[in-house]
Design a protein around this ligand. Structure first.
Ligand code: ZN
Ligand code: ZN
Ligand code: ZN
Length: 421
């Protein structure tokens, strides 16, 4: 997203989606899901996992682990319920941009009317909707596909038919505006000679004391002329302009160089003029209008911002293991459903999953009312295998866990406290 759009962020106003799209719930969830559960973790996998963990955490040496006796394994399961809702929000903002046909065409290209047949009247009359008719249309009438489902993204485009070309009010269609830097003069003080026209950068007394000139070039506070501004002389015959009090001024008045000043004494940049072309307007006194980019025309249009978002909520069933450990573990997916709307699980073998599915689904449905449109929902249950292992090393007994398809291992810090005697 470009910074231009970020600046416009505050200008966008959210448009609520049409109500009809909210009652599109599907009822095709099989009530008698066959929930199968994953295989328990094998003793071989348990030994591998605990060997690695003991080594990483430097708990036991490899010999001790090798001689560890596994007294008992209790196979358990942690169920992880996840609901993800993929939603869309739309907002619009009126903007004025320099007119540029290429830009407008590009934005319109990836937007199309959703189901054009829907707009047919009951009589079957097919009003051909020209771009002019779209001006007052609801931004929700355009189908904009997400680049990737269940991925947050923002798209900004021009609402088709919203653009109107207008005359630029900043420059009155001239395409140029006054240069404030040089006050429209097109010239600026030469900063190499400090406006004196002299290579040395110091005004020459032979010039400014001469009765024909009698003017000091530019204001120079060091010389006791504070605040003095430059006087620019513009020859009527469209000759080069120059600053008063400079060698050029003298030459134009007297028709000959000032006494005692040669060509080599003049500022090499302005050649004795004391001024240079204004860098802002390149000496024109006017510059390209910033509002219309010089075209004299602006485009007033409605920007449509589409915000795709994913809301994810999840729930883990009770386990002896700290819950945060499960965030890194996966299991076997025993339920999966993806639809416009999903219904809460009702007949899952574990009651808490059903209860929490109901709560989470209701919460997401609530969130999708109003300004947010639900595009799709998916939910699933992961059955994360957990093996509780009772072991003996030498004369010490203890317990550790191996869990997840990744066979992660959790050895409690104070193993002795968890001992079974
Ligand atoms: Zn100069
Ligand atoms: Zn200028
Ligand atoms: Zn303009």
């Amino acid at each position: 997203m470009s910074s231009e759009y970020k600046e416009l962020e505050s200008l966008f106003s959210i448009i609520s989606p049409p109500k009809s799209t909210e009652c599109n719930r599907s009822n095709n969830v099989a009530e008698d899901h066959c929930y199968s559960f994953g295989l328990p973790i094998s003793e071989y996998a348990i030994r591998e996992a605990v060997t690695k963990e003991a080594k990483d955490r430097k708990l036991w040496n490899s010999k001790a682990v090798k001689n560890m006796r596994i007294d008992n394994i209790e196979h358990q399961c942690c169920y992880h319920y996840v609901l993800e809702s993929f939603t869309e929000q739309r907002s619009t903002a009126e903007t004025t941009e320099p007119f540029s046909i290429g830009q407008y065409m590009d934005s319109a290209a990836f937007c199309e009317m959703r189901n054009p047949l829907d707009s047919l009247g009951p009589s079957g009359a097919s009003p051909t909707r020209s771009i002019d008719h779209l001006e007052q249309n609801n931004p929700w009438e355009y189908s904009v596909e997400p680049t990737k489902e269940f991925t947050a993204a923002t798209k900004v485009m021009v609402l088709p038919g919203s653009s109107r070309m207008t005359v630029c009010s900043n420059c009155n269609a001239e395409g140029q505006q006054h240069c404030f830097h040089c006050r429209g003069n097109g010239t600026d003080k030469c900063n190499y000679c400090r406006g004196t026209g002299m290579k040395a950068g110091v005004a020459h007394p032979a010039i400014y004391t001469h009765p024909m000139i009698g003017t000091f070039p530019h204001g120079d506070s060091n010389m006791g002329y504070p605040g003095g501004s430059s006087v620019i002389v513009r020859p009527p015959n469209k000759g080069q302009t120059y600053a008063a009090g400079t060698p050029m001024h003298f030459m134009m008045k007297a028709g000959l160089p000032p006494p005692g000043i040669g060509q080599h004494d003049l500022c090499v940049y302005c050649r004795g003029r004391g001024i240079k072309d204004c860098v802002q307007c390149k000496g024109q006194g006017k510059k390209s209008c910033i509002t219309c980019g010089g075209s004299g025309r602006t485009m007033t249009l409605t920007k449509l911002k589409i915000f795709f978002n994913v809301k994810r909520s999840d729930f883990f069933t009770e386990s002896e293991l700290p819950q945060h450990l499960f965030h890194f573990a996966t299991g076997e997916q025993v339920v999966f459903e993806c639809n416009n709307y999903v219904l809460p699980l009702k007949k899952f073998a574990v009651k808490e999953i059903n209860e929490n599915s109901r709560k989470i689904c209701a919460d997401h449905l609530q969130g999708s009312l109003g300004n947010t449109k639900m595009i799709k929902q998916r939910h699933y249950v992961d059955s994360i295998p957990v093996a509780k292992v009772f072991y003996t090393i030498g004369k010490k007994t203890g317990v550790f866990w191996v869990y997840g398809s990744e066979h992660l291992c959790y050895i409690p810090k104070k193993t002795s406290h968890c001992c079974i005697s």
